[in-house]
Design a protein around this ligand. Structure first.
Ligand code: NAD
Length: 370
């Protein structure tokens, strides 16, 4: 069987290896039941890499990430490494890989499985069937803009400065990602900024509008101020399909949208970079949650965030819509059948371990495949 591409698995620390083991189960299923095989590599990142190599990300692993078609990461960090110097901390490994892979667009879906609609902080009817995708600009804006810093301004007073700055190129490349992705969805993009009070926001709106008119007029484009978007997300979240926004607003709005879905253990994400000459995009997929040291090694972790990140990998890096959809449908059915890991447990449901959840998914996939 020929492999359709190369995936680097980076399980990381804490519950990372446990949830990654369940992805391996699905990789095995895809290969044996659907003939979809990948060349798999595995590497160390975070505390695990520090223990083995004295650094949270070795140059070899970094090179493997650059050579792979997609990287799937578990999580990094834990109390054992909290006192290390800054450059040795597990999180530095994550920052380095994100930076060197040039990942400028962060994709955060907020997807509510009907079986979990009760777990949302909103009324179930507001979130049932919710499926929105937030595309956040990741490498520009106020977190990186210059000048930045804290300075003394005399008389014991100080001044803190950050600069929100965006260029045409930065806006176009992230908007392009949003428009392209919307074509695989409902073809609706809402661009979010504060052009009423910020020049960078006005530029954002103008550039998105120009790009839309030139290349994406088949997609419905709307604009919204970020403060209104924050309100609309809790008032009527289903009005959105794809939201594209800057680094700062995206940071907040994606967390707000995430909470509509109930649990950290259910949230996938993807970060993607520029296309190379061969049309291949660097891409890193990871659950939103961390390494959950409080439950690590106990077979308690919810593997679904990582499994849904893997479904995103199949869809976005390999165009395997069919297989991505099968995995998402299996998740829907397992939840519909009443199985829950501890973090999403509800009265009257069956509490299961990480591995039992993974086994149940494979059983559903078998049924779906017939
Ligand atoms: P966390 O996401 O690891 O855990 C927060 C809470 O949610 C914990 O109670 C945990 O048990 C629970 N939880 C998280 N994921 C779960 C899952 N899949 N199934 C069931 N329960 C789950 O956040 P934290 O406790 O703030 O951080 C713990 C460590 O993770 C720290 O070292 C932090 O730096 C690191 N961290 C890493 C990442 C990452 O790798 N991307 C992200 C956030 C935090």
């Amino acid at each position: 069987m020929t492999a359709i591409g190369k995936i680097l698995l980076l399980p990381g620390d804490g519950i990372g290896p446990e949830v990654m083991a369940e992805v391996r189960r699905l990789l095995h299923w895809l290969e044996t039941r659907r003939g979809v095989a990948f060349t798999l590599e595995e590497g160390l990142i975070g505390g695990a890499s520090y223990e083995a190599h004295g650094t949270p990300l070795s140059n070899d692993t970094m090179a493997a990430a650059m050579a792979a078609d997609a990287v799937l990461l578990g999580a990094v960090g834990g109390p054992k490494w909290d006192t290390l110097p800054f450059d040795k901390k597990p999180e530095r490994g994550l920052l380095r890989i994100r930076k060197e892979m040039g990942l400028f667009a962060n994709l955060r879906p907020a997807l509510v499985f009907d079986a979990l609609a009760e777990a949302s902080s909103l009324k179930p009817e507001l979130v049932e069937g919710l499926d929105i995708l937030i595309v956040r600009e990741l490498t520009g804006g106020i977190y990186f803009g210059e000048p930045k810093g804290i300075e003394d301004i005399g008389n014991g007073a100080r001044r803190g400065v950050n600069t929100q700055v965006y260029t045409t190129e930065e806006i176009h490349r992230v908007a392009r990602v949003a428009f392209e992705l919307s074509r695989k969805r409902e073809k609706r993009v809402c661009s979010v900024e504060k052009s009423n009070v910020m020049e960078s926001g006005l530029l954002w709106r103008e550039e998105v509008t120009t790009l839309h008119a030139a290349e994406y007029s088949d997609v419905e484009l709307s604009h919204m101020y970020a403060d209104n978007c924050a309100m609309q997300l809790v008032r009527q979240p289903k009005q959105f399909d794809v939201i594209v926004t800057d680094n700062l607003f995206g940071d907040m709005l994606s967390d707000e949208a995430a909470m509509l879905t109930g649990s950290l253990g259910m949230l996938p994400s993807a970060s993607i970079g520029a296309e190379d000459a061969a049309g291949r995009r660097s891409a890193l997929y990871e659950p939103v949650h961390g390494s959950a040291p409080d439950i690590a090694g106990k077979d308690l972790a919810n593997p679904l965030a990582t499994i849904l990140s893997f479904a995103m990998l199949l869809r976005y890096s390999f165009d395997r819509e069919k297989e991505a959809g099968l995995i998402e449908e299996a998740v829907r059915r397992v939840l519909g059948g009443g199985l829950r890991t501890a973090d999403i447990m509800q009265p009257g449901k069956a509490k299961v371990s990480t591995s039992v959840m993974g086994e149940a998914l494979v059983r559903e996939l078998d049924k779906l495949e017939g």
